[in-house]
Design a protein around this ligand. Structure first.
Ligand SMILES: [Ca+2]
Length: 381
């Protein structure tokens, strides 16, 4: 490795450390965001972290400003729907003259916005144009405890109404609520859940915590999945889900807090697999535990939303890392594509553009005028 390349990686590591320090707690929970280390894993993560070789940033346009801790982006026929963690949905119809609307979400059990919890994942139903249905994942309090639930919503002229709950009492906490929803190519609803700060739950297949769940669109266990919603387990705090055009499912996941910290992961998800938390991290192996495709070594970049593009590249947002990465499955590497916007929460690829939302108003960032923002840039050819 040439001196210049080593230096570039050292600068990147220093930037990430600075981000971690100034941002306080990472998206991974208390105390995460450890110093870059010199271990073999960290050396690997230098390759994983990467940097742009051309030093350029894409030309970024702001689509919307003044979002309040946005969490997920969806798009239907040119209209954006973005959840805000406090419990609202921002709707922006197409056209520069169309005003954005902040929609109320009326739920039977109110959103609990605390720590990393709140109104999180949101996905429109495949028949949304006809049914006006969407699915949402949110934190709530019950019996003095914190949980998460997945609900079916319907859009009305007055905002969103809960139609029915699909799955409740998913363990929750101030930290590690997971929360991403996506509908797979198989037509089922997938959800990521965190370990709710109780590590042992991730290995307990009877618990809904620390899992990727799969359910029918009306909330039942899929007929091909024996007797459980659990699709994969051994996760800590996964927050990204996407499928590449070949049908491969990827998920991003926050690694441990404290020491050793970092070890954020990108995983290839297959049904029934055990992804290791809390038995192993990083390059550690044990029989029947599936290692990540790559991990961040002792640095934390706290990956959140991910999205595949038509060519099979996977775009990965990072909160602490304040970077949009592009993962190239052919070489199993992350490439830095976009920085300088602060914390990034979710990404969407649609048409010729990559859309990203920032998360600088979440209490761990440094909001600039206009934050939080939805921005876009041209998908590289
Ligand atoms: Ca793992």
């Amino acid at each position: 490795m040439g001196t210049r390349v080593r230096w570039t990686i050292a600068v990147l590591a220093a930037m990430l450390l600075l981000s971690a320090c100034t941002a306080g707690q990472s998206g991974s929970g208390p105390g995460s965001g450890s110093a870059p280390g010199g271990s073999g894993a960290a050396a690997q993560s230098g390759a994983a972290g990467g940097t742009r070789t051309d030093g350029k940033q894409p030309a970024v346009e702001t689509v919307l400003e003044q979002l309040k801790t946005p969490w997920s982006i969806t798009l239907h026929d040119g209209t954006f729907y973005m959840t805000e963690r406090g419990g609202t949905v921002v709707k922006k119809p197409p056209g520069s003259s169309a005003a954005m609307e902040r929609q109320a979400v009326r739920l039977v059990k109110p959103v609990l916005q605390q720590g990393e919890g709140g109104l999180l994942g949101f996905v429109l139903a495949p028949d949304f144009a006809r049914s006006h249905h969407a699915y949402a994942y949110h934190t709530y309090a019950e019996d003095g405890e914190t949980f998460n639930r997945i609900v079916l919503l319907r859009e009305t002229s007055g905002g969103w109404e809960e139609e029915k709950p699909l799955l409740e009492r998913i363990p929750g906490s101030r930290y590690h609520n997971g929360g991403r929803l996506a509908i797979g190519p198989d037509g089922y609803l997938y959800a990521t859940t965190g370990d709710a700060s109780e590590e042992s739950l991730s290995q307990n297949k009877d618990s809904l915590a620390g899992k990727i769940l799969r359910l029918t669109l009306d909330g039942r266990i899929p007929p091909d999945q024996s007797s459980s919603y659990v699709y994969s387990y051994g996760h800590r705090n996964p927050q990204g889900l996407t499928w590449t055009p070949d049908g491969t499912l990827y998920s991003s996941e926050h690694g441990p807090s404290g020491s050793p910290g970092g070890h954020d992961e990108l995983n290839r998800i297959e049904r029934g697999n055990n992804y290791g938390w809390p038995l192993v991290i990083g390059d550690e192996t044990k029989p029947d535990l599936v290692p990540p495709l790559l991990h961040s070594g002792e640095r934390a970049f706290a990956p959140s939303g991910i999205a595949a593009d038509p060519s099979g590249q996977v775009w990965v947002t990072a909160l602490v890392g304040e970077t949009l990465f592009r993962y190239d499955p052919k070489v199993n590497k992350l490439h830095v594509e976009l920085q300088q916007l602060g914390r990034l929460r979710d990404v969407l690829v649609a048409g010729d553009y990559v859309y990203v939302i920032t998360s600088n108003t979440d209490g761990r960032g440094h909001p600039k005028a206009g934050d939080d923002r939805l921005v876009r840039f041209k998908l590289p050819q």
